[in-house]
Design a protein around this ligand. Structure first.
Ligand code: SAH
Length: 504
């Protein structure tokens, strides 16, 4: 059997977006991914389904599995002919024992490549708004390890030269902060040198303690700063006051759950993340087209009888068009029909198929669409929608003399995707809000959370409009905010104004 190859890939410091394109490509192709808890572990989501994922659980420098054992696993998997990615926090060559892993591969004559990553040493200060170099007052920079190096006779840190550097960056140093500050003061560094300690840099839980060489120890102890953290010393720390950006984003530090189907979560998740929050995607419903659907076939056969077609959701439009295409038809069969879309997202979807709706009520309330139908002569209307949906619109139309036929296109199936991390966060009140985009997402989430014995009081709803909000309340869920605009953007604006009324 031919030997496999090992790729040492830097995963970045924590923010999953800081993985390189090359790293992503390799993760997608790997047979085996060996990862630990430092850096962007969320990126293992790129793994193909059949990939073997091995968690070697090193947590912020604590080695749960000894390094020799990790080396052994790397070698073993490569000898089995596997394509192995060893995902390492930050950059694999910066204090990450990457060199030892390479040595083990070389000894066994195993082929390897190294993919650099965004080191926490560089990106941590950047995310704290600290420029580690500055034309006016920081031309030199030293990066050192604070781990065990201090106080040992064999310490190889040249403290007196270090004290002369403009910017000093210390990794693995929080445990030795006392000795580090003493050594630098002893070696002539000014006691009022600005110091920042950045904990959990680049992720939603990032915290920064600030002080001077004289007082940082007390400040860090009071703030209970823990590893992983970086210590930055130098005048450039002062610029954070002006340059801080990551922590200033309007939803910074908040944690949300998104409950809508996976394929529709992307826009909402990226808008919430861009505003600074951490998002857990836990779809609680799945959309399943009704198949076979003789009713829909009937609809197509009797299409000439209908003047108005009503679509109530993006899913409905997608499934309708798929069926239409399967039957070898195209948009021309809709010529002369009135197309009514409930809400802008649904309208956007029909536009994708080259058909502009004739009428789009902004909100699903009678005042918005009754005047439109009043202005027309009653005729035959087709309502293309979910199997289970509110009968509000058909009833109103019937009252006006319309003949309404309902064509169910899809079923909504409840799913339980609330994993143990999310259960723990909910129980510990660490979830600031659960985002509901329809009544069925509320019902699905409640079913899943009841199964996990989560108290409904722990669930704080963020709803996409009054109907979804009302479903929450009926199910005993407190509603923090209801958006009046029924789009992902509108919902995120409403959430942002709720949590941070001063920022948009
Ligand atoms: N190869 C890694 C460093 C590994 S050493 C890199 O290039 O980033 C582990 C140390 O890195 C931690 O003790 C801490 O000092 C630092 N570190 C790693 N990720 C960090 C993060 N997200 N926030 C703060 N410090 C981090």
């Amino acid at each position: 059997m031919s030997k496999g190859k090992v790729f040492l890939v830097g995963s970045g410091p924590g923010d999953p977006g800081l993985l390189t394109l090359k790293g992503k490509d390799l993760l997608e192709k790997a047979d085996v991914i060996i990862f630990d808890r430092l850096g962007g572990t969320e990126n293992i989501e790129f793994a193909k389904k059949s990939a073997e994922l091995i968690d070697v659980g090193k947590q912020s420098g604590l080695h749960n599995i000894p390094q020799e054992k990790i080396n052994e696993i790397l070698v073993k998997k490569a000898l089995e002919g596997k394509n192995v990615v060893r995902l390492k926090g930050g950059d694999p060559m910066v204090f990450g024992r990457g060199a030892e892993e390479l040595q083990a591969l070389i000894t066994e004559n195993i082929d390897f490549e190294i993919v650099p990553g965004v080191s926490s040493a560089i990106s941590g200060p950047t995310y704290a708004g600290i420029p580690i170099t500055h034309r006016d007052f920081a031309s030199s920079l030293a990066i050192i390890t604070g781990h065990e190096a201090v106080g040992k006779p064999e310490s190889s840190i040249p403290w007196s030269s270090l004290a002369e550097m403009d910017t000093i960056l210390i990794l693995m140093g929080v445990g030795n902060l006392k000795k580090i500050t003493e050594k630098l003061l002893e070696n002539g560094k000014s006691s009022d040198s600005p110091v920042a300690i950045i904990e959990n840099a680049t992720v939603g839980s990032q915290r920064v303690a600030e002080g001077t060489l004289a007082n940082i120890l007390g400040i860090a102890e009071k703030a209970k700063i823990k590893s992983p953290a970086l210590i930055v010393i130098g005048e450039c720390v002062k610029l954070r006051e002006k340059f801080s950006w990551f922590e200033r984003r309007p939803l910074f530090g908040k944690q949300f759950i998104i409950t809508r189907p996976l394929e529709q979560s992307f826009e909402l998740a990226s808008l919430l993340q861009a505003a600074g929050s951490k998002v857990f995607v836990c779809p609680t419903i799945r959309i399943e087209p009704i198949e076979p659907n003789p009713g829909l076939h009937n609809f197509f056969e009797n299409l000439p009888d209908f003047r108005d077609l009503i679509f109530t959701s993006v899913n409905g439009v997608r499934i309708f068009w798929k069926k239409l295409q399967e039957l070898g038809k195209d948009a021309r069969i809709l010529a002369g029909k009135n197309l009514i879309c409930i809400g802008p997202a649904t309208a956007q979807e029909t536009k994708k198929f080259g058909v502009n709706p004739d009428f789009v009520p902004e909100r699903y309330v009678s005042e918005e669409f009754i005047p439109f139908f009043r202005g027309l002569k009653p005729a035959k209307v087709a309502c293309l929608r979910a199997e289970r949906a509110r009968d509000f619109l058909p009833l109103e139309l019937k009252k006006m003399g319309y003949e309404v036929e309902i064509f169910p296109l899809y079923k909504t199936i409840f799913e339980d995707n609330i994993d143990s991390e999310v259960v723990d966060c909910l129980n510990a009140n660490k979830i600031d809000g659960v985002v509901f985009t329809s009544s069925s997402t509320v019902e699905g989430f409640v079913a899943a959370s009841d199964a996990k014995k989560i108290d409904r009081e722990k669930i704080r709803g963020l709803a996409i409009g009054p109907i979804t909000g009302e479903t929450c309340r009926q199910m005993g869920i407190q509603v923090l905010c209801e958006s009046s605009e029924y789009t992902s953007k509108g919902l995120v604006n409403a959430i942002t104004s709720f949590f941070n009324p001063l920022k948009k």
